[in-house]
Write a protein that binds this ligand. Structure first.
Ligand code: NGQ
Ligand code: ZN
Length: 447
C-alpha cells in the first residue's frame, strides 16, 4: 500500500525502460513512483523542462578523501605509487573529527548531486578517535555521515567496514591504521546501532577468512556485502604468496560470491576469473577516475561483459565528482586498449545511453533499494537534463544521453531524490550553507 500522492511530476521527455516517452506524468507517493503516464496533461503537476533519466548511484565512496583531492599530485618520478599515496592519505586523515567528516561529506554529496548522482554507498572505515580509541559513542563517525546525508538529501547506503589487519593472514595493523580497527563483535554491534544498509570487509588484506565467516554467520542473509579486491598487482602477488591463489580466485574458491556481493575495482582479473564473477552474479564497482589517478591498471571489461557481468560506478577517492567522467574513463580505457571505437555492450546500442542506464540500474542493486530505473515501484530518484544546453541542442532520445555522457558538462538541471527536488537550475538548495561549513573545516585543517 502506498500513501497519498506526494507530488505529480510532469516531464517533457523521460527515458523509461522501454524507451523515450513524451509528456510524461510521474505520480510519487512516499518517495516511490506510483504511476507513470506518457502523453499526459500537465495540469496540476510540478513541471520540469528537460529530459528525465534515472539518477546515478555512486557505488563506492570514502567521503573524507574528497578534502585531500589534489594534494598528492607533485611528481616524484619512480617513487610515487599507490602505496605512497596511501601513506599520504593516512597522514591526512589523522586529524579529522566527526564534525570535519560531516562537513566534508555534505560538500561532497552536494557536488555529486549537482552532477547527477542521487545515491551513494559510503564504504566507511574511519571509525576511531584520533588516538585510535573508540569514540564514547562507537558510531560517532557513522552518525556524522548520516547527518551529512540528511542535509544533502542524497540516498545513503551506509556500509561500515571491518578492518583488523595490515596484510593477508592477519598481519598486525600499522600505526596509521589505528583509526580503522574494530573487532568483529564490536563491528556487529556497529551494524545494528547504525541501521547499516550494507556491510563491508575492507579487503582480503584487512580481514581474515575466519572473520569473514564469523560476520556472515551473524547478519541477515540479504544484507549487501562490499569488498575491495585485486586493485593493485602487489595485492595479487601477496595473495598468491599467502594462499597460492589470486584474490578473486580465493573468493570464488570459498563459494562466497553471490549476487549480494560487490567487488570494488577487481582490476586485475584473469579472463577466467572475470567470467566466473559475472556468472556468480556479483556486481563490480568500477571507480575509473580513482583507478587512473592511483595507477591501478585497466579493468578486464572484455571478458567480464562477454560473460554478462554487471557493473556500477563509484568515485571512491573523489578526484572526480562527475558520473559522466567515470563512464568516459571506463569506455575510453577499453578503446585505448582495443584501438577501436564505440564499444559499449557491442550490440548496436547507443553507447552513452547504455553506459548511463546500465550503471544506474546495476549500480543501484547493491544498495538493496529499488532505484536506478524509472518504473513503478522504484524510488523517485530522477535527473532532469537541460535540453537547452549547447551540448544537447538538437539531440533527441538516446542521442541526448550519448551527447551528455561523451560531451556534456553542466547539463544537469534538476535532481530529485525520493520525490523531493534537491537540485534546481543546476544548483543544490543546501549549497551555500554547506560550502561555508566546508571552507571552515578546510581552513582549520590547514592551520
Ligand atoms: C581505501 N582506497 O581504503 O581508501 C583505499 C586505500 C587500501 C583505494 N584502494 C587503502 N582506492 O586499499 O589499503
Ligand atoms: Zn575504496
Amino acid at each position: 500500500m502506498t500513501g497519498p500522492i506526494q507530488v505529480d511530476l510532469f516531464l517533457d521527455q523521460a527515458r523509461l525502460p522501454e524507451g523515450w516517452a513524451r509528456n510524461v506524468r510521474i505520480a510519487v507517493a512516499d518517495g516511490v513512483i506510483a504511476a507513470i503516464t506518457p502523453d499526459a496533461d500537465p495540469a496540476g503537476s510540478a513541471r520540469s523542462v528537460g529530459a528525465a533519466i534515472p539518477a546515478m548511484t555512486n557505488l563506492h565512496s570514502h567521503a573524507f578523501q574528497r578534502a585531500m583531492a589534489g594534494l598528492a599530485e607533485q611528481s616524484r618520478a619512480g617513487v610515487d605509487d599507490f602505496w605512497a599515496w596511501r601513506g599520504a592519505m593516512y597522514g591526512f586523515l589523522q586529524r579529522l573529527t566527526p564534525d570535519d567528516v560531516e562537513a566534508i561529506a555534505a560538500m561532497l554529496q552536494v557536488e555529486l548531486m549537482e552532477q547527477g548522482y542521487g545515491g551513494i554507498v559510503e564504504f566507511h572505515y574511519l571509525h576511531n578517535d584520533i588516538d585510535g580509541r573508540p569514540y564514547a559513542d562507537r558510531a560517532a563517525m557513522a552518525h556524522a555521515i548520516r547527518r551529512a546525508a540528511a542535509v544533502s538529501g542524497i540516498t545513503l547506503t551506509l556500509a561500515p567496514v571491518l578492518y583488523t589487519s595490515s596484510s593477508f593472514g592477519g598481519a598486525p595493523p600499522l600505526d596509521g591504521q589505528k583509526r580503522f580497527l574494530m573487532d568483529p563483535d564490536a563491528f556487529l554491534d556497529l551494524l545494528g546501532e547504525t541501521n547499516a544498509e550494507a556491510l563491508a570487509f575492507h579487503s582480503l588484506r584487512a580481514v581474515t577468512p575466519r572473520q569473514i565467516e564469523y560476520v556472515l554467520e551473524r547478519v541477515s542473509p540479504d544484507i549487501p556485502v562490499h569488498i575491495h579486491v585485486a586493485e593493485q598487482t602487489g595485492e595479487v602477488d601477496d595473495c598468491l604468496t599467502w594462499s597460492g591463489e589470486r584474490p578473486v580466485e580465493w573468493l570464488l574458491g570459498r563459494n562466497l560470491l553471490t549476487p549480494r556481493w560487490t567487488l570494488v575495482h577487481a582490476t586485475h582479473m584473469t579472463d577466467a576469473e572475470a567470467g566466473r564473477v559475472a556468472r556468480a552474479g556479483a556486481t563490480v564497482a568500477l571507480c575509473p577516475s580513482t583507478e587512473g589517478n592511483l595507477g591501478d591498471g585497466v579493468f578486464n571489461a572484455a571478458a567480464f561483459l562477454r560473460a554478462g557481468g554487471t557493473f556500477g560506478i563509484g568515485s571512491d577517492s573523489h578526484v572526480s565528482t562527475s558520473p559522466v567522467e567515470e563512464l568516459r574513463w571506463f569506455e575510453y580505457g577499453r578503446r585505448l586498449q582495443a584501438r577501436k571505437r564505440a564499444l559499449g555492450a557491442g550490440g548496436g546500442e547507443h553507447v552513452g545511453a547504455w553506459l548511463w542506464l546500465a550503471a544506474a540500474a546495476s549500480g543501484a542493486r547493491p544498495t538493496g533499494r529499488a532505484t536506478g530505473v524509472l518504473e513503478v515501484g522504484a524510488a523517485a530518484d530522477i535527473v532532469v537534463l537541460d535540453t537547452d544546453h549547447p551540448a544537447l541542442a538538437g539531440r533527441e532520445d538516446d542521442l541526448t544521453l550519448d551527447s551528455f555522457v561523451f560531451s556534456g558538462q553542466g547539463c544537469v538541471r534538476e535532481v530529485w531524490t525520493g520525490g523531493v527536488r534537491r537540485v534546481e537550475n543546476g544548483r543544490h538548495q543546501a549549497r551555500d550553507g554547506v560550502a561555508a561549513a566546508y571552507r571552515k573545516t578546510i581552513e582549520r585543517l590547514k592551520a
